[in-house]
Design a protein around this ligand. Structure first.
Ligand SMILES: [Zn+2]
Length: 107
């Protein structure tokens, strides 16, 4: 990673740029936010949000696409979207085959 101000090399643990003295604290916090484990309360809120139709899809897509989002939340969002997509595909498949069975009975 490099200093945003002067472009000099920086270590992950550096708080100040050794080259120009730029303060890194904000960016260091951003890295911590991505890597920090989610609390029980955050998981409860996430699961309750997943129960609200339409809102859940929007929140999951936004969380899943956001690079700055917490990694746990991001992976959870992606996994949920995969499960939702798979169950939707299976539902459509079952409905189509039922319609097929009903049509074949009357023809
Ligand atoms: Zn610098």
């Amino acid at each position: 990673m490099n200093c945003a101000l002067c472009g000099g090399a920086r270590g992950m643990a550096d708080v100040y740029c050794v080259n120009c003295g730029e303060y890194f604290k904000k960016e260091t916090n951003l890295v911590d936010e991505r890597m920090r484990p989610l609390s029980t309360k955050e998981y409860v809120v996430m699961m309750l949000l997943a129960c609200i139709p339409i809102v859940n899809i929007i929140v999951l897509i936004m969380d899943g696409m956001n690079d700055k989002q917490n990694l746990n939340r991001r992976n959870y969002a992606k996994a949920s979207l995969i499960v939702i997509g798979a169950s939707l595909a299976i539902t459509v498949l079952i409905m189509v085959s039922f319609v097929g069975i009903i049509f074949s009975m009357y023809s």
